[in-house]
Design a binder for this molecule. Structure first.
Ligand code: NAI
Length: 367
């Protein structure tokens, strides 16, 4: 059976397609929120959503977040995202990924996929056999692991938030409670350690905490305690929704600056934090290092890590700007970020100046 697909009419989105292939069990939704500043780029998330509606709501939210993130970071890309319904551990097959690539091709380059929760660079290596609209691969032409750049951008953004609150970027002597020592969290913990911060960490994987205790002098607390641990800076680097109506009551910090996506479970949490006098560096601003790194892969001259590092440096200035808008206008940092993103979109600031070049796809047969 071949791919069956249809466009969904969703207000505010340029194109949303839902595709299925009954033979390999593919059910995917690809959402292109905006291509105003360039083709949309966003990860491919594979997850066993309870319902089709839950998956649709997730992909739409994530796609519009990508528009905001790329617009503020001025990557010359738009916002998009895709989801594949299913369990990544048991239902992912080469045939399913090939059918998914066929769905990506339907959009003719309006959407570029990359790895995300439930997909890996190995999966992208499979997908690139069937579509060239893939980014974030490893190997000679790829930009490799984005986590290092996400962590560095997060560190710079965290320093900018410190400057807004304490008048200095210096994290030496500051206590940082870090939730999640995964790909990004561990790199961030290292940067904080080398810059003299005192670390309190939690992860559901005990060995990661033990490594941080031994090598970074971190104090380890239980995952259930990390959000309520008194500290100067809270850095959520695990799953989304860390700040919710329950956890917000017990947070004791001055700054929240971490890499996790969707840190605020609901938008009203931004106002709660403002009322508590907590400065929040919005996720769409502070965790853009990965997307900036991936974008560099699509430059005509090919990927260059030094160029990616230079561009990630902009994150500090973006956090400073968003916090200044928030303070001046009495709006939440999240609202200020949204305003900045809208402004860039409306004025075409950061619009792509040259076509994306898919170097990895061009050389796919040789890597
Ligand atoms: P990861 O899966 O490598 O790390 C997440 C870590 O959090 C794991 O070590 C996990 O054991 C831990 N964890 C899960 N639940 C926890 C809990 N309740 N308490 C404490 N620890 C818990 O993921 P990665 O790549 O490090 O990403 C972290 C966050 O940053 C995610 O929200 C991701 O969406 C976001 N992000 C990551 C980017 C990247 O370049 N990897 C880019 C932009 C955002």
């Amino acid at each position: 059976m071949s791919l069956e697909w249809k466009y969904l009419e969703i207000e505010g989105y340029e194109a949303v397609i839902e595709a299925r292939n009954a033979t390999c069990g593919l059910h995917t939704i690809i959402a292109v929120h905006s291509t105003k500043l360039g083709p949309s780029l966003g990860g491919t998330r594979m997850f066993p959503y309870a319902t089709r509606e839950a998956g649709l709501a997730d992909v739409l939210r994530l796609a519009s977040d990508m528009t905001a993130k790329s617009s503020i970071a001025q990557t010359g890309l738009g916002g998009g995202k895709s989801i594949i319904f299913g369990d990544a551990r048991t239902q992912k097959t080469p045939a399913l990924l090939a059918a998914y690539a066929e769905a990506v091709n339907v959009l003719q380059g309006k959407y570029i996929c990359a790895e995300d929760v439930g997909t890996s660079t190995e999966d992208m290596q499979e997908i690139i056999k069937h579509t060239r609209f893939v980014a974030g691969l490893s190997g000679r032409y790829g930009s490799g692991d984005p986590s290092r750049f996400t962590a560095w951008g997060c560190f710079i953004g965290l320093q900018a938030a410190c400057e807004a609150v304490w008048g200095s970027k210096d994290v030496a002597g500051k206590t940082v409670a870090l939730q999640g020592l995964g790909h990004v969290g561990m790199y961030l913990a290292e940067h904080l350690f080398w810059h003299g911060a005192k670390l309190i960490v939690a992860d559901v994987v005990a060995e990661r905490c033990e490594w941080a205790r031994l090598n970074l002098g971190a104090k380890v607390v239980a995952p259930s305690e990390i959000l309520s641990t008194p500290c100067d800076i809270l850095a959520p680097c695990a799953m989304g929704g860390a700040i919710n109506k329950d956890s917000v009551k017990n947070i004791h910090c001055k700054v929240i600056a971490g890499a996790a996506n969707s840190v605020l479970a609901t938008p009203d949490m931004g106002r709660e934090l403002l009322n508590k006098g907590i400065t929040y560096a919005p996720d769409v601003v502070i965790n853009a290092g990965g997307i900036i790194n991936v974008t560099t892969e699509l430059d005509p001259q090919g990927y260059n890590s030094c160029e990616a590092l230079r561009r990630v440096g902009q994150i500090g200035r973006n956090v400073t700007e968003v916090l200044a808008i928030s303070k001046k206008q009495g709006i939440t940092p999240q609202e200020a970020a949204s305003q900045l993103a809208q402004n860039n979109l409306a004025r075409g600031i950061g619009k792509r100046q040259h076509e994306c070049v898919f170097h990895t796809a061009q050389h796919a047969a040789t890597i």
